[in-house]
Design a protein around this ligand. Structure first.
Ligand code: A2P
Length: 278
């Protein structure tokens, strides 16, 4: 089984560098089958969110796997409507209940939602949850530099992770450098460029893949890993779930990493956190 590499968060917690993302995977049979397939293929990180509506299925599949809870790294996220100190504490209880767990490994503020002006207050609730040991690490998602700066003005705990849209054609170089300076691990969402994107059709990825006997998706996942990012490709197909973890038996050459870096552009497939209206 694949030997998944790991990163160490700023509080010493070890996080696998590759996991399964379950955005848009339906609760019930679909998510349970995907999470089980992932765990049986060797995944030990599952990334869900309150918004995804599938925390119940994620929790069930983890139990059904028979793998001890402490061997699996579970992330969930607070939805924007639940920002604010009291609302965040209440929403966290609901997530834990749905997951049927007594802790999560990582709890993230899903979006800064600057129009609400509540993420600083929300973070105070996150610090409380962390101190209670009910989240082993806390972090943010979709935070840009100004949001991080505002948060850190009053935070007593620096976020462990910032999960952002990131793929070779949206490499987020400046934000990555800023997070690195702050000791924040960057996690890539839509690491394959998203379902509707054309990243995986770029001929250079197929050419590189042929050198290693790997698919374009595997080449891109490996690029994230070699960049020190945590990567959570989504798939609801067992065959692709298995394919996406089969990336620990080869190493892209520096020249091939450079070729992939050459795809750099500004191809955002999701909303821009600064202008998002939700
Ligand atoms: P599916 O769920 O039907 O397998 P991202 O994680 O960047 O958002 O990308 C997810 C999209 O990429 C989904 O549409 C998923 O489709 C597809 N996908 C996941 N793994 C692979 C793969 N190995 N090869 C091709 N497409 C993939």
């Amino acid at each position: 089984m694949a030997n998944i590499s790991a990163v160490t968060l700023n509080n010493g917690i070890i996080m696998p560098q590759l996991g399964l993302g379950v955005y848009q995977v339906k609760d019930g049979d679909e998510v349970e089958a995907a999470v089980l397939a992932a765990l049986q293929s060797g995944y030990r990180l599952i990334d869900t969110a309150s918004l995804y509506g599938n925390e119940i299925g994620v929790g069930r599949a983890i139990k059904a796997s028979g793998i001890p809870r402490q061997e699996i790294f579970v992330t969930t996220k607070l939805w924007n409507d639940d920002q604010g100190y009291d609302a965040a504490l209440a929403a966290f209880d609901v997530s834990l209940k749905k997951l049927d767990m007594d802790y999560v490994d990582l709890y993230l503020i899903h979006w800064p939602s600057p129009k609400r002006g509540l993420y600083v207050e929300t973070w105070r609730a996150f610090e409380e949850i962390y101190r209670q040991g009910r989240a082993k690490a806390i972090g943010v998602s979709n935070f840009h530099q100004p949001h991080l700066d505002t948060l850190l003005e009053s935070a007593t705990i620096t976020p462990a992770v910032n999960q952002i849209e990131l793929h070779p054609d949206l490499p987020q170089l400046e934000l990555r450098a800023y997070c690195q300076k702050l000791g924040i691990i960057v996690e890539s969402w839509s690491p394959l460029g998203g379902g509707g994107g054309s990243l995986l059709d770029q001929p250079v990825l197929a050419t590189i893949g042929q050198r290693y006997g790997k698919s374009p998706a595997q080449v891109v996942i490996r690029w994230h890993i070699q960049n020190g990012l945590v990567v959570i490709p989504k798939s609801s197909h067992a065959e692709r779930i298995q394919q996406n973890i089969d990336v620990f038996d080869f190493e892209l050459s520096a020249a091939d990493v450079e070729l992939i870096n050459g795809l750099a552009a500004d191809n955002r497939v999701g909303p821009n956190p600064e202008t998002a209206t939700f």
